[in-house]
Design a protein around this ligand. Structure first.
Ligand code: C5P
Length: 222
């Protein structure tokens, strides 16, 4: 039961990480936020003035970039070469450029290898865009979370305000729609629902309702 592998995919701000964290906590599984890994590389590239369109330069940087995810209270702390970047990787400069970094095929190949290692010999709840399709295609349960752009922008807006981050609702709507477009139209492992994934539209659901649904699915499928 503790070797369960659960894949949670979906577009930006669809509630994946909130739900994944809760499920992992309740079922005593390791939570892996793969978006944080792409964000960490993006952060490091921006900081080191590496051109994020230059795949060779990014690969060189990635080879020297140790990305660590550690449980911290209810959430997860992120480290790059042992320096904590948990908050830095959520800033707008990273959010609005990460999809360019994540579109490079060789960057993805290396990230997938690292992600698969994290799930070796242990149960995980992993969230991202390609977990059910590419990273862990044999997951016990695959969930695909969706919500309207308006709803996702409003959720992110509230979250930003609560964290004291500057937030503009209209801009968020545009940014989310653009990230969805980039993530679902890239050539290498685009955001796409796996054939055997269960789709949950969270637009009108609370976090608790989504968590309950996912738990029921886990019970019925494992
Ligand atoms: O999940 P989050 O929104 O933090 O992910 C940030 C970005 O990282 C996504 O917009 C996407 O470009 C990329 N990503 C990805 N594959 C994953 C996880 C994230 O391409 N498995």
């Amino acid at each position: 039961e503790n070797n369960l592998t659960i894949a949670i995919d979906g577009p930006a701000s669809s509630g994946k990480s909130t739900v994944a964290k809760k499920i992992a906590g309740d079922l005593n599984l390791i939570y892996v936020d793969t978006g944080a890994m792409y964000r960490a590389l993006t952060y490091q590239a921006l900081k080191s003035n590496v051109n994020i369109k230059d795949e060779n330069a990014l690969m060189k940087l990635l080879q020297d970039t140790d990305i660590t995810l550690r449980k911290a209270g209810e959430g997860q702390a992120v480290y790059v070469n042992e320096v904590e970047v948990t908050n830095d990787i959520r800033q707008n400069n990273v959010t609005n450029t990460v999809s360019i970094v994540a579109a490079h095929p060789r960057v993805r190949t290396e990230m997938v290898v690292r992600q698969q290692k994290l799930a070796e010999n242990t149960g995980v709840v992993m969230d991202g865009r390609d977990i059910g399709t590419v990273v862990l295609p044999k997951s016990d349960v695959k969930i695909f979370l969706v919500a309207s752009v308006m709803e996702r922008a409003e959720r992110r807006h509230k979250e930003n305000i609560s964290k004291g981050i500057f937030s503009d609702l209209d801009q968020l709507k545009k940014d989310i729609a653009e990230r969805d477009y980039k993530d679902s139209t890239r050539e290498t492992s685009p955001l796409k629902q796996a054939d055997d994934a269960i789709r949950i539209d969270t637009t009108t659901l609370s976090i608790e309702q989504v968590v309950d649904k996912v738990k029921q699915l886990i019970i019925s499928r494992s």
